[in-house]
Write a protein that binds this ligand. Structure first.
Ligand SMILES: NC(=O)c1ccc[n+]([C@@H]2O[C@H](COP(=O)([O-])OP(=O)(O)OC[C@H]3O[C@@H](n4cnc5c(N)ncnc54)[C@H](OP(=O)(O)O)[C@@H]3O)[C@@H](O)[C@H]2O)c1
Length: 263
């Protein structure tokens, strides 16, 4: 039987994952299809799996990454610690269907940012407090970079954009944009950080990948910072999904031990 993979979320438009896997299956002669499954309510997940023979793996996107967790039979340690799932492995056996949740956003981000980290990158500003920032905070801890979230709303343990003084910017030489600000079509917008205090010591990493160079990246590049968009993370998380669906999750789960990844 042709294997099926797909994306659950709501609403779903054209997705990177559908294009990525259609290309992979055709290039590598893999007998499989990847489809979008729009689920307004995540409670419909197990019924979808029951009604779709051959469905072997799913990606999960907004708004279901957190609410899907109680519907699963098991979670990877990373997904449990992060509190969000974006990959589900589906195993069908005599005992029934077993669904296991993973977080490949964390794997993709870790593998993408690790080569850019230097020993002087001690602390990071993580802009935004949504699902993506949960995975980024988890990975930065593991990589030995202390993350501080920046939010539009003041709350204990968080900074606001108004708190970003010259001293704060100098102490946090990694800045990761985990907000959608600057994403197409709003390409003239950038997160409200004080760019005048960005220096060549900074690394500005944008999870946004469209446009290729966001205004956040351009402003950082003009101040001499190292900049990177989220496209590699997106590709790496898709590749990690494939490994997870095919039982190679032990490799895929291999995030570095805390503090060991810096060059
Ligand atoms: N490259 C990749 O592989 C990858 C993977 C996952 C996500 N992403 C991208 O990462 C971004 C965040 O994803 P997400 O799922 O976490 O999104 P989200 O939950 O919609 O938003 C993240 C956070 O951004 C902040 N935010 C939202 N609108 C804002 C605005 N107008 N101005 C300032 N801050 C704003 C909010 O934090 P506060 O309210 O606390 O300010 C919000 O919680 C999206 O652009 C997504 O496409 C990329």
């Amino acid at each position: 039987m042709t294997k099926k993979y797909g994306l659950v979320g709501y609403p779903l438009g054209h997705s990177f994952s559908a294009r990525f896997f259609a290309g992979k299956f055709s290039r590598e002669g893999i007998d499989a299809v990847y489809e979008n499954y729009e689920l307004p309510q995540v409670d419909g997940l197990r019924q979808l799996v029951a009604d779709t023979p051959g469905l072997s793996g799913l990606n999960v996107t907004i708004p279901h990454k957190r609410h899907v967790m109680p519907l699963l039979d098991a979670l990877s340690p990373e997904a449990e610690a992060i509190g969000a799932v974006n990959v589900i492995r589906i195993e069908r056996g005599a005992g029934g269907v077993r669904l296991t949740g993973y977080n490949s956003d964390a794997l993709g981000f870790s593998r993408s940012i690790a080569p850019l980290l230097r020993p002087d990158h001690h602390a990071a500003l993580v802009l935004g407090t949504g699902g993506a920032s949960l995975a980024v905070v988890y990975v930065l801890h593991r990589l030995g970079v202390v993350p501080h979230c920046v939010s539009r709303t003041a709350a204990p343990g968080r900074l606001t954009y108004e708190d970003l003084t010259e001293e704060v910017m100098a102490a946090h030489t990694v800045v990761v944009n985990c907000s959608p600000v600057g994403m197409f079509p709003h390409v003239d917008e950038a997160p409200q950080i004080p760019y005048q205090w960005v220096t060549s010591a900074h690394l500005l990493y944008d999870l946004v990948y469209n446009p290729e160079e966001t205004k956040f990246m351009r402003l950082g590049r003009e101040r001499g910072a190292v900049v990177k968009n989220g496209l590699e993370m997106l590709r790496l998380q898709a590749m990690a999904s494939w490994d997870i669906w095919n039982g190679r999750d032990k490799e895929a789960d291999a995030l570095p031990d805390e503090g060991k990844a810096k060059r």
